[in-house]
Design a protein around this ligand. Structure first.
Ligand code: ATP
Ligand code: MG
Length: 429
């Protein structure tokens, strides 16, 4: 059995090949039947003729429909007019399933395609996006493995909120109300005391009530935490990681990017170091671009879109005002009211893909923050204990993998970047 891609490089020209897959397109004209077959590796046109196959077999072939499954044996022939440069002259075939009409046809609306996601994922666009996603997940892990990090896992059912109560998904846990994890950060901080540098890739759950093109209610969160790291140390690992992931995609998925009509030159400039801009300076810059932001305003999806069209490389925004960040972020001793943190904003209007920074490591400072944010210290007893026994400076980050794929692929909505998107209005399929 051959993969289609191996028929397209010349080495099989004139030879007999056997491929199997699904019918992507089919048409017939008189004595010939043209089938474009797809498998996970690509597409090729196969040609059946009545002369070779005979009347009966030809009838079987011609009456097949889109997405029917079939294996085909034939001779590979170079043909510059063929869609992928080669054709297969069919000598025999076996039908696995003959379909009824495939429900997805041209010009279907977005909601229909989302309802039909289980079938739409077979499309060439979705296949390319999912291949890029696969590369990105591998590259993320590879990068951290080769930089001395250990992979670990936190629980998904938790009793403490990391990012505030408004986006918590509640669930019943044997009579107790608990929630789904918004982040694995606190558990990574625990693991850091034995492993020092740790990462995880896990789902995070956020009951996002607004509909933006960058929020899911369940997303894949790639997080890291590193002992002895400053905010700047953390940014250095992150920018190298992003550069590495993008370079791996450029290496392994060039054809996929082309199929998605992604402007590849925009990815080729993604090289560390990335600029660092303080939040206060970004506000000034945004005013020069005609935006009416003032110091203290949060940057939402719309603001970040307007800001990042001015960038051609990802940028770190640092030193957000304390009021904009959750309780565990460490204030900058040299800049009162500001936090030693960073968001990484993807260029071309995409916006935030990473949030990170230094964590408070002084016991009393953390206890005061917990009080100030009106949280119950009992809920956080184990998180506080980390500051009681051998506390150390440390930093961490969270990268939204779906946002990363959304940006790398240059997609309209983050929903395209994940196989089964969960949003405020979607839990199927
Ligand atoms: P935003 O301001 O866009 O809501 P956030 O500040 O809530 O993001 P963090 O809590 O810092 O995000 O989470 C870390 C990363 O997780 C973000 O940088 C982003 O890449 C990703 N992320 C956060 N919320 C979502 C979501 N609802 N859907 C997809 N990815 C998300
Ligand atoms: Mg948010």
């Amino acid at each position: 059995m051959n993969k289609i891609v191996d028929l397209l490089n010349g080495s099989m020209n004139g030879k007999i090949a056997e491929i199997r897959g699904w019918i992507y397109r089919i048409r017939s004209s008189g004595a010939l039947c043209f089938i474009v077959l797809r498998d996970s590796s690509g597409i090729i046109q196969a040609v059946g003729s009545r002369n070779t196959l005979g009347e009966e077999k030809m009838k079987d072939l011609v009456s097949l429909t889109i997405e029917s499954s079939i294996s085909i044996t034939g001779t590979v022939r170079q043909d510059p007019r063929a869609i992928t440069g080669y054709e297969l002259d069919i000598s025999d075939f076996r039908i696995y399933q003959r379909n009824e009409n495939f429900p997805i046809t041209k010009d279907k609306g977005e909601e229909f395609l989302l309802d039909m996601r289980h079938l739409w994922l077979r499309s060439r666009e979705m296949t390319s996006i999912m291949k890029i996603r696969s590369t990105a997940f591998k590259a993320f892990s590879d990068f951290f493995y080769s930089n001395g990090y250990y992979q670990t896992q936190g629980p998904m059912m938790v009793s403490t909120a990391t990012e505030g109560g408004s986006t918590l998904f509640k669930l019943q846990f044997f009579g107790e109300e608990v929630s789904l994890a918004q982040s694995s950060q606190f558990y990574l901080e625990v693991m850091m005391f034995s492993l020092e540098k740790v990462f995880t890739i896990a789902p995070s759950f956020r009951a996002e009530k607004s509909r933006t093109r960058r929020h899911l209610t369940e997303y894949w969160h790639a997080e890291g935490e590193a002992a002895w790291y400053s905010n700047e140390d953390m940014m250095k690992d992150e920018e190298k990681m992003i550069e590495y992931i993008v370079s791996e995609v450029l290496k392994s998925n060039r054809e996929d990017l082309e199929l998605l009509k992604r402007d590849i030159s925009k990815l080729e400039t993604v090289k560390a170091p990335f600029p660092r801009i303080r939040y206060s300076d970004l506000i000034k810059m945004s005013n020069e671009w005609g935006m009416s932001l003032k110091y203290g305003d949060d940057l939402g999806a719309d603001e970040e879109r307007e800001i990042t069209v001015h960038f051609d490389k990802p940028v770190f925004v640092t030193h957000y005002p304390e009021a904009l960040k959750t309780f565990y972020h460490r204030p900058d001793p040299e800049s009162p009211g500001e936090i030693l943190c960073h968001d990484l904003l993807a260029p071309e209007g995409f916006g935030e893909i990473i949030g990170g920074g230094e964590r408070i490591w002084d016991l009393n400072e953390l206890l005061e923050k917990i009080k100030k944010y009106d949280l119950n210290p009992d809920d956080y007893y184990w998180y506080v204990d980390l500051r009681r026994y051998g506390s150390i400076p440390h930093s961490g980050f969270g990268l939204g993998m779906d946002r990363l794929v959304w940006w790398i692929c240059g997609l309209e909505s983050i929903r395209e970047a994940i196989p089964f998107p969960r949003t405020i209005r979607r839990i199927k399929p």
